[in-house]
Each structure stands twice: as C-alpha cells, then as structure tokens.
Design a protein around this ligand. Structure first.
Ligand code: SF4
Length: 350
C-alpha cells in the first residue's frame, strides 16, 4: 500500500501525518462532572495503549477535567467542543493539546478568530469533525442527503473559516455510520487536501457490528493509504476501542507492539477446550501488557494445526486433554494439566 502523505501536525508530544505511525485514540465516556472518574478512565485507556485521549468540555467550567487528566497521564488530551467557544478557550488554558471544534458551529467570525488566535499562540491544532448526521442546513439543502460530496463540502467550509484567520494547524475527520459513504467521503477529501485525516466510522455499534463496520471502513481506507490517526467508535468501554484500533492496524499489516494471536475455527477434530484456551491466553497476555510482537498460534488439532500455523513463533495444537507445544515449526513437547499456564511460561521465554 502507498500511504497518502499529509502535512505533519503536532499534538502535544505526538506528531501525526507524513510517515509518522498511525495513532490510536479514544474518547472518555464518564460524565464530565466526575473528574476523578475521568482521570481513572484516562489512566486505564493509556495503560491499554491509547495514544491520544479526548474528553468532552461542554462549558468553560468543565475545562478542569482537562488539567486533571493532563496531570495523570502523559498522552495528549483533546478537548471536544460543540457550541461554546469560551469552553475552547478555557480548555486551552487548562492545557489541552488539541481542540475538536467545527468553527461553523460557534457563531460569528470574532469567536472563530478568538479560538484560531489562541490555538495559534499555543501551537495547538484543531480537528474539524464533520459527521454525516449533522451537516449544515445550507449544505444538506443543496445536496438533499448527507452524500460524500456534501460531507466534503462541509469539511472544506469549516477549513476555510479557520484559514481565513491564518490558521492551518488542522486535522479533519469526515465520519458517517454508513461505511460505503464514509469511505467515499474520505477518498474524495483526501484527494483535495493535505491536512492529515482522522479516520473512523461514527455510531458504528457494539462489539459485533461496530467492529465489523470499523474493520471495513477504517481498515479499508488504511489499505488505500488513507488515514493518519484513527478512532474505533464502539458502544463499549473505551479500552476496547483502543484494542480494536490496534487490531485493525495489525490486520492491515502495520507493525504493532504486542502479540498477534492466530487460531483456527475448530472443527470435529478438536478434542480440547480450545475456544476457552484461546480466549484465556489472549486475555492474560493483554492484562499483563505483553508487548513482544510474537505470532502466537492456538490450533485445534495436532494433525493439521502445526502445519497450518507453521509461520507462528510459538503455538499449541490440541490433543485429547493435552496440547502439543511447537516453537518456530519444531515440535517441542506435550503440555498436560495447566495448558494455559505452561504455554504462557513458554511464551515468556521467547
Ligand atoms: S487445525 Fe485441526 S481442528 Fe483446527 S480447523 Fe484445522 S483440522 Fe480442524
């Protein structure tokens, strides 16, 4: 894949765009007044590998959550602003590393200028976040539906409002819950701008449809070289959005820290509790924060398993209440009893 190279934008201690690694972000979902709860969740998502975290700041007083999170984690914090430009200014004062705001939503030009100037003074970027479900009335009237052309026009409309005030430290997202529409919109936008793109499918759903839509939409765009940072939106804990983000990057072929679990679907040959074992191995490695980029195979039978997983660094293949351990294609020994515990021990030795 050839990556579509965009200009570089610095968000706190992270740079996106250019050839920089594609970053994974999420958004906190604790009520904003619960600052301790937001801080605790920010620590959890950071521990899960989140690289940029967003929090809503509906009023200027709520900017206190930004400074509290910044004291607790060392990843960049993005303030999500909808209509109140004073909340954006307060979030900047509180140390926000990026502001997500659509300048067309905050009223007259003086307010846009106030936010653009304040961000320029602190070298803080702005993400324009267009959502197919909330396009400007005049654009929706022109196109009749939130088609990709309408979404692109909306994004460029907000971009121009900022550029008018000499602001070009911009990231753009152009999300829709409709995967083909979202992909078409990003393609069209990417052809027209060199601002880096935050990719995602909005209102994607839960751990089933949300993962499928995000894998298709985000993963499909990444395979076309489009996307500089991503958020998987799930009706789920934000940690799961982070894990899903990395799994999409891994599936697309990017090098990602942490193991890649490969496992067969099982079939009538399987004679050990493989589904439970595969889930348990994945959960334990995740919980301990295992970061080695190993390919770990969990296969259903000794007949076909080792051969089908011959490119794995380490694996097991099930026999009857036992499992054959194989390391880089070599059969090592049978594991009996606590198969998961012994397998994890062997993984640690690599
Ligand atoms: S590896 Fe064995 S158990 Fe798994 S699907 Fe293939 S034949 Fe079935």
């Amino acid at each position: 894949m050839t990556r579509q190279l965009k200009r570089e934008v610095k968000i706190g201690n992270i740079t996106i765009g250019g050839t920089h690694p594609i970053t994974v972000q999420t958004m906190l979902n604790v009520p904003v007044k619960d600052i301790a709860g937001n801080v605790a969740q920010a620590k959890r998502v950071a521990a899960a590998g989140c690289q940029i975290v967003r929090v809503t700041v509906p009023t200027p007083a709520d900017a206190a959550v930004v400074s509290a999170i910044k004291e607790a984690v060392d990843i960049p914090v993005v303030a999500d602003i909808h209509f109140d430009y004073r909340a954006a200014l307060a979030a900047l004062d509180a140390g926000a590393d990026k502001i997500r705001i659509n300048p067309g939503n905050i009223g007259d030009d003086d307010r846009v200028k106030a936010v653009a100037d304040a961000c320029n003074a602190k070298n803080v970027p702005i993400r324009i976040g267009v959502n197919g479900g909330s396009l400007e009335k005049h654009i929706l009237a022109k196109y009749g539906a939130p088609v990709p052309e309408a979404m692109v026009e909306s994004a460029l409309y907000h971009v121009r409002l900022l550029e008018k005030h000499d602001f070009d430290n911009i990231v753009i997202s152009i999300k829709s819950s409709n995967v083909p529409r979202m992909m078409a919109a990003y393609r069209m936008l990417s052809a027209q701008t060199d601002y880096p793109l935050h990719v995602g499918v909005t209102e994607a759903g839960g751990n089933r449809m949300g993962l499928i839509k995000s894998g298709m939409g985000i993963g499909g765009l990444l395979l076309e070289g489009i996307g500089d940072t991503l958020r998987v939106s799930l009706t789920e804990d934000p940690e799961n959005e982070v894990y899903a983000g990395y799994d999409i990057l891994r599936a697309v072929g990017y090098a990602v820290a942490g193991p890649e679990i490969i496992s067969c679907p099982t079939c009538g040959r399987t004679q050990y509790p493989m589904i439970e074992i595969a889930n348990e191995v994945e959960r334990r490695l995740r919980d301990e924060g295992f970061k080695k980029p190993l390919k770990i195979a969990i296969m259903g039978c000794v007949v076909n398993g080792p051969g089908e997983a011959s490119d794995a660094d380490i694996g097991i293949a099930g026999g009857k209440d036992e499992a054959l351990l194989f390391i880089r294609g070599e059969k090592v020994r049978m594991l009996k009893g606590d198969i998961v515990g012994q397998f994890i021990d062997e993984i640690h030795k690599l």
